[in-house]
Design a protein around this ligand. Structure first.
Ligand code: FES
Ligand code: FES
Length: 155
């Protein structure tokens, strides 16, 4: 068994510390070490975006990113997108637009859209489509998701 490595980082605004095997991925770490189960394991191969998290503000795939890479950095999962006790405007827009069906893609979509809105606060439809192109949804046909992100940009 490989020895575990100590890492310290900021997780959803809180300084944390844990030990991880060198082969552990960020997705496994947040789910198993911190009980943050919002980020989903779907394909496990970097194809669907369900596992997306923000690392220093950039979206990365939790299933492919080594947990040791977050040492000294700022990690935000879907749980960290809330505004205090309330949902973020983007999360509310997803609910208002009916952009959540089974919900499995939703955490990754919210993470990708948060990064997109940070870069383009009022994105065009094309920018939304491009910003979410790494995230797959099997249920919605994408229209409601794209409209939710556009709505959030307008608020
Ligand atoms: S579970 Fe990570 S990209 Fe699909
Ligand atoms: S809502 Fe089911 S996969 Fe997107």
């Amino acid at each position: 068994m490989q020895p575990e490595v100590e890492i310290r980082f900021t997780l959803n605004g809180r300084p944390v510390r844990t030990h991880v095997p060198p082969t552990m991925a960020v997705l496994e770490m947040v789910r198993e070490r911190f009980a943050l189960t919002g980020s989903k394991l779907a394909c496990g191969e970097g194809e669907c975006g369900a596992c997306a998290v923000l690392l220093d503000g950039e979206p990365v795939l939790g299933c492919l990113t080594p947990a040791v890479d977050v040492d000294g950095r700022v990690l935000v999962t879907v749980e960290g997108l809330r505004h205090k006790a309330d949902l973020a405007p983007l999360q509310k827009a997803f609910l208002m637009e009916g952009a959540v069906q089974c919900g499995f893609c939703t955490p990754g979509m919210l993470v990708a859209a948060t990064a997109l809105l940070a870069e383009h606060p009022h994105p065009s439809r094309e920018q939304v489509r491009r910003g979410l192109e790494g995230n797959l949804c099997r249920c919605t046909g994408y229209v409601a998701i794209v409209e939710a992100v556009e709505d959030a940009g307008k608020r």
